[in-house]
Design a protein around this ligand. Structure first.
Ligand code: DGT
Ligand code: CA
Ligand code: CA
Ligand code: ZN
Length: 574
């Protein structure tokens, strides 16, 4: 639950937006907007205040104070609810699209019946905006661009889009004459789940050709700033790129600095100061006299501070410096350690590729085992039946000899019901080699009920892996409310693995929760949840999350040889 002040801020902002959309007094709308910010930024809790006390908050007028007092007393603001009844929430979302605004949103709703940003995008693609009063020729194009910008989820870019962009950049810049080294740094190198911008570092004696090459790339739409050491641009998809160019001899110090995180850098700098040194992006220097000690490689910089090299996903000041000093850094799991994938789909349910196509792609990845886990019948729109599932099993058994080194596992992705029950009875479940179980419905259950259903799912002797535990979708849907510690304890106790779902839209569990789960002794499965052959490559992102959660091969069941995994999958009680 957000702080009460924040709840009220959001309600007042919504009220202001709805006044604007319905063509109400703009002055009144602005007053509510201002009051919204005032309440949000007010340091004391507004809980229990009456109208008179609320009005003492600077920026809160009488009518706002009355509405807030009413909300605190009854949980309702009738004036807001009246406007809500007139305007679907999607219309308010449309106002936030660059180039739309309240007047146009209302026109689009009234004249074309549009009620969401998705509606709007579809209408533009179907050319339904042309001829509409107040919309010139180029406005549809601009609005579509605005929608794309907005979808960069709160200004942050998903890991797959950022990685693709960064790899293209590094390739293009490496080819520029005079460039001796080039790599991406920042949060992307640390494998954070989303990135604010893409940081690229290069070395050259003369930076000018590199800076020019960046600004001339076809997908660069805007140059934000350019100088001899740093150039910032924005792509046509709204992603910012920062390029820094340093002399080759400073590569290591610059890479440490621009990889971050800021918190990790601050720790390193403090260590340097204590040793009578000074650390910057230009190198490690003696504080007195300023002689440069090292700067050429990351290893040298860490070594001069008395540390081993620290892998970028660990550089968050979450204990990595202490572990490094004790010589106890984890031997992190690598993508090449993965021997199989335990959560994938085919076109029997909502996948795009056939069973054979998926199996062939898995074999090409060099896996030694591979599970097909199509959706179970309770996810009604997937139309699964016992017969279809058994027929798929037959088909899979027939493919058994197709790839000599690949063991094929027949599995399913069960639906965890509101009470923690799953789709099939024990006799049918016993026929699967592996069962993933996931929450696909009842996202709004309260914490106790949510926890109960997930603990019960762990206790089911046929459930091997809990899929995408919190069900969040980055930038689109928040996590369910659940007592994770209780679920982790149950998973560890029952021998149920928790998935790291590698889809860049999910990355669920997230890194902090992985760290916590590991404390409980939980085992993990890093899966693609692929719905197409290309998505079988998703574990490269899940591995990032696993590394940020300090995991080793010991923690990850699908790095284990088949015989060991097989014993794990046979839970007690079966
Ligand atoms: P992001 O872009 O928000 O996902 O996160 P980062 O970590 O990529 O942050 P960014 O792009 O602002 O800066 C890249 C790195 O540069 C950052 O990880 C550490 C370093 N850096 C930036 N500003 C500072 C600073 O004020 N102090 C220190 N020590 N390092 C900084
Ligand atoms: Ca960055
Ligand atoms: Ca940056
Ligand atoms: Zn799935």
């Amino acid at each position: 639950m957000p702080r009460l002040n924040d709840q009220v801020r959001e309600l007042l902002q919504e009220y202001a937006d709805l006044i604007n959309i319905t063509g109400g007094d703009a002055f009144r709308a602005r007053a509510y907007e201002k009051a919204a910010r005032a309440v949000g930024e007010h340091t004391a809790d507004i809980d229990g205040l009456d109208a008179k006390a609320l009005q003492k908050i600077p920026g809160v007028g009488r009518s706002t104070a009355e509405k807030v007092a009413e909300y605190l007393a009854t949980g309702h603001i009738p004036a807001l609810e009246k406007l809500r009844a007139e305007i679907p929430p999607g219309v308010r979302e449309m106002t936030a699209v660059p180039g739309v605004g309240p007047k146009r949103a209302l026109a689009l709703h009234r004249d074309l019946g549009l009620s969401s940003v998705d509606d709007l995008a579809a209408a533009i693609r179907a050319d339904r905006l042309s001829g509409l009063a107040g919309f010139g020729d180029r406005s549809a194009e601009k609005i579509l661009h605005g929608i794309e910008l907005m979808r960069q989820s709160g200004g942050r870019t998903l890991l797959d889009a950022a990685t693709e962009l960064a790899e293209q950049l590094v390739e293009a810049l490496s080819r520029v004459p005079g460039c001796t080294r080039c790599a991406y740094a920042g949060s992307l190198r640390r494998m954070r789940e989303t990135v604010g911008d893409v940081d690229v570092l290069a070395t050259a004696a003369d930076s000018a050709p590199l800076m020019a090459a960046l600004t001339e790339l076809p997908y660069v739409a805007e140059v934000i700033g350019s100088g001899p050491t740093k150039t910032s641009v924005r792509t046509d998809r709204g992603v910012q790129i920062d390029l820094r160019v340093v002399p080759e001899e400073d590569w290591g110090a610059a890479l440490v600095y621009f990889t971050g995180s800021k918190a990790h850098n601050i720790r390193l700098r403090t260590m340097a100061v204590k040793a009578g040194l000074k650390l910057s992006e230009y190198g490690l220097f003696e504080a007195e006299g300023g002689a440069k000690l090292v700067s050429a490689t990351e290893e040298e910089v860490y070594a001069a501070l008395g540390l081993p090299w620290i892998a970028p996903p660990l550089r968050e000041d979450r204990g990595e410096i202490e572990a490094a000093l004790r010589g106890e850094l984890p031997d992190l799991v690598q993508e090449s350690d993965l021997r199989g994938d335990l959560h994938t789909h085919t076109d029997l349910t909502d996948g795009l590729a056939t069973l054979t196509e998926m199996v062939d792609t898995a074999a090409a990845r060099g896996y030694s085992y591979y599970a097909v886990t199509d959706h179970a019948p309770d996810l009604v729109m997937q139309r699964m039946t016992d017969e279809k599932m058994l027929a798929q099993r037959e088909q899979l058994r027939e493919l058994a000899g197709r790839h000599r080194k690949l063991r094929l596992l027949h599995g399913t992705e069960l639906n965890i019901g509101p009470e923690g029950d799953v789709d099939w009875p024990a006799e049918f479940l016993a026929g699967f080699d592996v069962c993933v179980a996931s929450v696909h419905s009842h996202f709004a259950l309260d914490r106790a009920a949510q926890t109960r259903r997930l603990v019960r799912a762990c206790e089911n002797p046929y459930v091997n892996v809990i899929g995408h535990l919190t069900t969040r979708r980055l930038g689109r849907r928040g996590p369910i409310d659940v007592d994770l510690d209780a679920v982790f304890a149950a998973a560890a106790r029952t021998g149920t693995a928790i998935e790291i779902n590698s889809s860049p839209q999910r990355l669920d569990l997230r890194d902090e929760d992985v760290l916590r789960a590991k404390e409980h002794g939980v085992r993990f499965s890093i899966d693609s949840d692929a719905h197409a052959t290309g998505q079988l490559a998703y574990p490269r992102y899940g591995i990032g999350t696993a590394q940020r959660g300090w995991l080793t091969t010991e923690d990850v069941i699908n790095t284990w040889p088949w015989q060991r995994l097989k014993r794990f999958l046979h839970k007690t009680g079966r």
